[in-house]
Design a protein. Structure first.
Length: 134
């Protein structure tokens, strides 16, 4: 798998904020900062992706080491789990809750502009058709 240089955009802001917690990578970045980073990306930037691990993802990662590179090499890895975020806080680790659904809605309402290309990965074709209609 190619090295995707996770911090090729926003390196100074993010480089020290990736933590491994419960076997999964998490970046301690709040939704507003993520939106700002994404909004300020060059339209010529190479492909990057964001993952939003939740409890199910953490369980799967711990049971299947082959999944780890996909999370490790993500440009951003954001906590999509209230229980994980709260547990981290109890252990004095700041993992802001940034749900994938809230982030996606915010991206479409304030960051993605008409004509911009996006990559959509969905569980099935029905979801893709619903997204196209939205």
């Amino acid at each position: 798998m190619a090295d995707l240089a996770p911090w090729s955009m926003g390196e100074a802001y993010c480089a020290d904020r990736r933590h491994y917690f419960l076997g999964a990578p998490f970046d301690g970045i709040r939704k507003e900062a993520v939106l700002s980073l994404l909004d300020n990306c060059s339209s010529h930037a190479r492909f990057r992706y964001v993952v939003t691990p939740n409890v199910d993802h953490v369980v799967r990662l711990n049971g299947n080491a082959g999944l780890a590179p996909y999370y490790d090499q993500a440009w951003l890895s954001l906590c999509d789990s209230r229980p994980i975020s709260r547990l981290a806080r109890l252990l004095l680790l700041d993992l802001p809750l940034v749900t994938g659904s809230d982030l996606t809605a915010a991206l479409f309402s304030s960051v993605i502009r008409d004509g911009e290309k996006i990559t959509l990965i969905a569980a099935n074709a029905e979801i893709v058709r619903a997204m196209e209609r939205a």
